[in-house]
Design a protein around this ligand. Structure first.
Ligand SMILES: *Cc1c(COP(=O)(O)O)cnc(C)c1O
Length: 460
């Protein structure tokens, strides 16, 4: 289960690597409220003085987290950094508002601004992804998937999805997730030779298993997904097709990865990954499923929507509609390619031999058979490079201490890292992996990482 995004957070946070010059425990000096363009009595203040007065413990933890993000490389492939505008929307008065229902049809009074915000989020999402119908209320990607399953499946129905060890997600039928307990799950795999989805095998499994739904879209898959091939397999057995683009929402919106919208019956996503719109989920579908999906989100699986998060989505989507976002997404992909080439240049093997998207998956077994992905994760975290140990196809260690590491470029690209900086990051990652026991190496790399972070500040 180590490869699932939701299991990563608590396991990555080694703080031992805090380097000289760390501002840990104090306010980051570069947070300048005078540039925020908000009235001085606004409740959302980046210096969080109200919070500090009420709760210094939480204020300290948030300041620490902010410094951590400033001074480390966020290379967990599912993470990104939202803008201050998205932060302000998320930390807004909309957290107070109950808005059960949908715009124009709420169960409570006083929803006029909630309606405005949700309609903006929906309209912008439609423009970004070209979907006929969009529901922006799912609290996260997992809830978005839950809404789709609940709208078209009965308990006991059959799900065909990619094995977690091969890049799938917990919410695609893992035994530890409700999907693995309520539904009958069969899995397809990547081709052991190429690391690419085994579309032929998928089709054969579909024919023998006769699924009600096929799930595509992945957490640790570095290659372009052939949505049409999966749709053809679904058509052949009269199954629904859910394309879960959680990781690649931004790449799809920007057109640097093909879109499953208009191909698959349902498209789901997380809004905090490459699309950079703050925590949350989204469901897209054709008009014919609109009512069922909406009822499945609320009241089927959720209560009141998190309207402050819906506001974050609206703002992030607006930012993603700007022409600069296309450039951003292209740079994310270019940076991943540069990272892949740099690591390969150092003799590391990558699952599938490279990347088409925002992530690389390193299989350490050939180059560093004695180093587990978990140990690599710890050593890198100590050097201020935050990524995760990850299972690889045909895993020979355990999911808790797997054989690979996964690294993404969405966060660094948001900070402005270019090809040259990515090459250096690749060199630094290799140095640590190659000498993971050396405290000197970890210290030197960590120091250089802090310098790099200062060159590419996050929230200026
Ligand atoms: C991240 C992810 C999700 C959703 O995760 P949440 O943490 O619930 O937002 C769903 N599917 C895939 C493939 C993912 O990578």
């Amino acid at each position: 289960m180590k490869s699932a995004d939701s299991m990563i957070g608590p396991m990555t946070g080694s703080m031992n690597g805090r380097m000289a010059g760390s501002m840990s425990g104090t306010y980051p000096s570069r947070v300048r409220t005078d540039r925020l363009n908000v009235p001085s009595n606004a409740t959302m203040r980046m210096d969080q003085e109200n919070l500090r007065a009420v709760d210094p413990a939480v204020a300290d933890a948030l300041a620490g987290e902010r410094t951590r993000q400033e001074e480390t490389l966020a290379m967990i492939a599912s993470e990104n950094h939202v803008s201050e505008a998205v932060l302000e929307a998320q930390g807004s008065v909309l957290t107070n508002k109950y808005a059960e229902g949908y715009p124009g049809a709420r169960y409570y009074a006083g929803c006029e601004y909630a309606d405005e915000v949700e309609e903006l989020a929906i309209d912008r999402a439609k423009e970004l992804w070209g979907a006929e119908h969009v529901n922006v209320q799912p609290h996260s990607g997992t809830q978005a998937n839950q809404a789709v399953y609940y709208s078209v499946l009965e308990p006991g129905d059959r799900i065909l999805s990619l094995d977690l060890n091969h890049g799938g997600h917990l919410s695609h039928g893992h035994p530890a997730n409700f999907t693995g307990q309520i539904y009958d799950v069969e899995q397809y795999e990547v081709d052991p030779e190429t690391g690419y989805i085994d579309y032929e095998g998928l089709r054969e499994t579909a024919e023998s298993f006769d699924p009600d739904i096929i799930v595509s879209g992945y957490s640790a898959y570095p290659r372009t997904v052939d949505w049409e091939a999966i749709q053809a397999a679904a058509d052949a057995v009269d199954a629904y097709h859910l394309a879960d683009i959680a990781h690649i929402t931004g790449l799809v919106a920007a057109g640097v990865h093909p879109s499953p919208v208009g191909v698959a019956d349902f498209v789901t996503g997380s809004t905090h990954k490459t699309i950079r719109a703050g925590r949350g989920g989204i469901v897209m579908c054709d008009e014919e499923f609109a009512d069922d999906v909406d009822k499945s989100v609320f009241p089927g699986g959720q209560g009141g929507p998190l309207m402050h998060n819906v506001a974050g989505k609206a703002v992030g989507f607006k930012e993603a509609l700007e022409p600069e976002f296309e450039e951003y997404a292209q740079t994310v992909v270019d940076n991943a390619e540069t990272l892949a080439e740099t690591l390969q240049g150092h003799g590391l093997s990558l699952v599938s031999g490279g990347t088409d998207n925002h992530l690389v998956l390193v299989d350490l077994r050939e180059s560093h058979p004695d180093l587990s992905g978990g140990d690599a994760e710890d050593a890198l975290a100590a050097a201020n490079v935050v990524l995760n140990g990850n299972t690889v196809p045909d895993e020979t260690r355990s999911p808790f201490d797997p054989s690979g590491i996964r690294a993404g470029t969405a966060g660094l690209t948001t900070r402005g890292f270019d090809a040259e900086a990515m090459r250096e990051v690749g060199d630094l990652i290799h140095r640590v992996i190659d000498d993971a026991e050396s405290e000197d190496v970890i210290y030197e790399v960590g120091e250089r990482v802090v310098e790099l972070c200062r060159e590419y500040p996050l929230y200026e």
